[in-house]
Design a binder for this molecule. Structure first.
Ligand code: NDP
Length: 353
């Protein structure tokens, strides 16, 4: 119940139509309904912050990926951090901070079945110790799955040797800003690609990159040449976040026996038809290896890696950049920042103080 015995209301940002290409406001609807009663053995979360991720665009499509699509009429799935508002579960007390795969809504009801399932599967919903972080948002940015994408992608999948060259696209974003810093820590020569002069300034000033390349307004031919002049011997590793023309330019610069980690292909997520890398023949010429990467492969190691990130952050070795937008009612324009490139670092939506 809310104040004066009025029912507590829940605003939810629903997916009501599958986007055709770029999402438009009419694909979504903000509705308000009473918060259901706390289920037996379950609890209700007051969401404070939600992660806005490129992956959500994929979940809006009708086909299964590594997760089922968001059902039409359901709130948009999102990782959130929030506090337990009401509970019938002895392990979750009111006031506890929790992280979970929830939704863009004020309150998320977690029933006992879901608690069991999540605990058994290694758990997306879990309690958080917020005492050692400057803000609980860090569990959505540097210490959460997105920061750990950079961590595991570099340290476990690409494993740079000192002196090797790594090319990173989407370099000023949530993942890319962490990749630059961890790659540099390993002694790699880091080249970052991002859109615009200010992002490129941040790449070398703050995110560990030796060289920044601004791709905006450049032809693919110009981009290929610019990468070649930054890495005359070719790039030993590519950490690919963008795909499309940028991946094609990377392919043309891959070194002999180079390795290309496909983390994401954001430039292709709103495409209406199939898009694809056209220069993959160069993998044959250079005997290079291109492979897919999913951070969830490392879920068992999240806690340990999160602690390592927290230590690096506390020592000042790793910076974590956040772009926090406010208000569930602004979910649509906030989400679109990922596709216009308005965000630097991890995009987060603040739902409540
Ligand atoms: P970012 O914070 O990097 O935000 C997206 C950025 O992508 C924008 O800021 C923009 O930067 C760039 N971008 C958007 N559209 C285009 C375009 N058409 N051409 C070129 N650049 C574009 O997002 P994340 O760090 O959260 O995610 C980065 C990538 O990693 C995504 O592809 C995502 O799907 C993937 N990912 C994969 C995971 C995995 O386990 N495989 C886990 C987490 C993320 P700019 O201004 O520089 O253009």
């Amino acid at each position: 119940m809310g104040i004066d015995g009025e029912p507590l209301m829940n605003r939810q940002f629903l997916l009501i139509r599958r986007p055709q290409g770029e999402p438009v406001p009419a694909d979504f609807q903000l509705v308000e309904t009473p918060v259901p009663a706390t289920p037996p053995g379950g609890f209700v979360i007051r969401n404070h912050f939600a992660s806005l991720d490129p992956a959500q665009r994929g979940w809006m499509d009708p086909h299964d990926s590594y997760m089922p699509p968001i059902a039409l009429g359901a709130p948009v799935r999102a990782m959130t951090v929030g506090r337990v508002h009401a509970s019938d579960n002895p392990d979750y007390a009111p006031g506890d901070w929790v992280l979970g795969l929830n939704a863009l809504e004020d309150y998320t009801v977690v029933d006992s079945g879901r608690v069991d399932l999540l605990v058994r599967s290694g758990g997306f919903t879990r309690k958080l110790d917020v005492s050692f972080v400057p803000s609980p948002t860090m569990f959505l940015s540097g210490f959460g799955a997105v920061g750990l994408t950079g961590y595991f992608g570099v340290l476990e999948a690409l494993r740079p040797k000192a002196g090797e060259t790594m090319l990173v696209s989407g370099a000023a974003g949530a993942v890319g800003s962490i990749v630059g810093q961890i790659g540099r820590m390993q002694g790699a020569r880091m080249i970052g690609i991002a859109g615009g002069a200010e992002k490129c300034r941040r790449l070398t000033a703050d995110f560990g990159y030796d060289i920044a390349i601004d791709y905006k307004g450049k032809s693919q031919r110009a981009l290929i040449a610019e990468i070649a002049s930054a890495a005359p011997g070719g790039v030993d590793m590519v950490f690919e976040n963008v795909g499309g023309d940028i991946l094609d330019a990377a392919l043309m610069n891959i070194a002999q026996r180079g390795r290309i980690l496909l983390c994401g292909l954001i430039s292709e997520y709103n495409a209406l038809g199939p898009v694809g890398a056209r220069n993959i023949w160069n993998l044959i010429v250079r005997q290079a290896n291109m492979f897919g990467f999913l951070v969830t492969d490392y879920i068992e190691q999240y806690d340990e890696a999160g602690r390592q990130m927290a230590q690096w952050f506390a020592e000042g070795t790793v910076k974590v950049e956040e772009d926090i937008q406010s208000g569930l009612e602004n979910a649509y324009p906030a989400f679109m920042r990922l596709f216009t490139g308005a965000n630097t670092g991890k995009l987060i939506l603040k739902i409540a103080d």
